[in-house]
Design a protein around this ligand. Structure first.
Ligand SMILES: Nc1nc2c(ncn2[C@@H]2O[C@H](COP(=O)(O)OP(=O)(O)O)[C@@H](O)[C@H]2O)c(=O)[nH]1
Ligand SMILES: [Mg+2]
Length: 285
């Protein structure tokens, strides 16, 4: 299992890409997980070229942590781009039962094509994919538990790969495809760091927290005000100082410990204590 704060080097990316290309040969359907708090930046764009011709599902995972009105807009956005979409919370299992309906929708055309060619009873093969820490393993466990329990099926082994037989119509590759996060753009890198998906060491937490505050004070000022009792209508460095003050983050000499306040803010955001927050707005053309 890949770990949290996975560091990506060119070697990792090449390997992930190669694995993805091999797995894509075996499947009909890609179930791609993105993080509902950053549905754009947590989606690897390279997959679109590699996935040419496959049925596509996008699941907005961790929807328990994101803004539900923004979830709706993102679902619309990806749906308008030809994806089948659903918001889910893999950890609590919310909406997981509906995934099978979306799978069936996404595969309808393929099944009809098969039928016309006289191919019957060939299950659709799917793979779960996404960047590290987006919730792939949690989702597979939850989805498999919910589906397998109903059908009483067992995992199967085929062509050297482990498949989980979810129904007579669907088999899921039991190891997810790891997509490489793409952060050539500094903004994207920042957003991936906000959710804790790339190593904190790359960007110092103080800088990161100031960037987060720039966004929060514009879109979710009440979240800052409610949690820290700090007026959000100030420059971000003053807000951070206000957080240090209200949380009693002091250094030995009595100075505010800004680094500590930054870590509190980032941790509160990541764990949802700040509220349900989405950090990106879809751009409809
Ligand atoms: N709040 C929340 N946490 C989740 C959800 N799905 C996964 N997680 C958490 O995200 C972390 C990474 O999940 P994991 O399945 O290991 O991600 P993977 O690297 O893509 O396989 C774990 O701490 C999970 O408990 C979700 O829908 N909501
Ligand atoms: Mg995993």
């Amino acid at each position: 299992m890949e770990s949290t704060n996975y560091q990506w080097y060119p070697g990792h990316m090449t390997k992930a890409k190669r694995m993805m290309q091999e797995n894509l040969k075996l499947i009909d359907l890609i179930i791609e997980l993105v993080d509902a708090r950053i549905p754009y930046s947590s989606k690897n764009p390279d997959i679109d070229a590699l996935a040419n011709g496959k049925s596509r599902i996008i699941l907005l995972n961790k929807a328990d942590l994101s803004d539900s009105s923004e979830n709706k807009r993102w679902l619309e956005y990806y749906s308008s781009r030809g994806f089948f979409v659903l918001e889910i919370d893999s950890k609590a299992g919310n909406n997981i039962k509906r995934v099978m309906n979306v799978v069936n929708e996404a595969c309808r055309e393929k099944r009809e094509r098969d039928k016309k060619r006289g191919i019957i009873n060939r299950p659709v093969r799917a793979m779960v994919a996404g960047i590290p820490n987006v919730g792939k393993s949690t989702f597979i466990n939850s989805f498999a538990r919910k589906s397998v329990a109903k059908t009483g099926n067992k995992p199967g082994v085929t062509r050297g790969k482990q498949w989980i037989r979810l129904s007579n119509e669907l088999e899921l590759l039991d190891t997810p495809g790891i997509l490489w996060p793409k952060f050539d753009d500094k903004k994207i890198g920042m957003r991936l760091a906000f959710i804790g998906s790339i190593n904190d060491d790359i960007i110092v937490s103080e800088e990161l927290s100031l960037e987060l505050l720039d966004y929060l004070k514009e879109y979710y000022p009440e979240c800052i005000e409610v949690r820290y009792d700090v007026n959000a209508d100030k420059v971000s460095s003053s807000i951070l100082e206000g957080i240090a003050k209200s949380r009693g983050c002091l250094k030995a000499g009595g100075e505010y410990d800004i680094r500590k306040a930054a870590d509190i803010l980032l941790d509160d955001f990541r764990t949802g204590k700040l509220g349900k927050i989405t950090l990106e707005r879809p751009q409809f053309e």
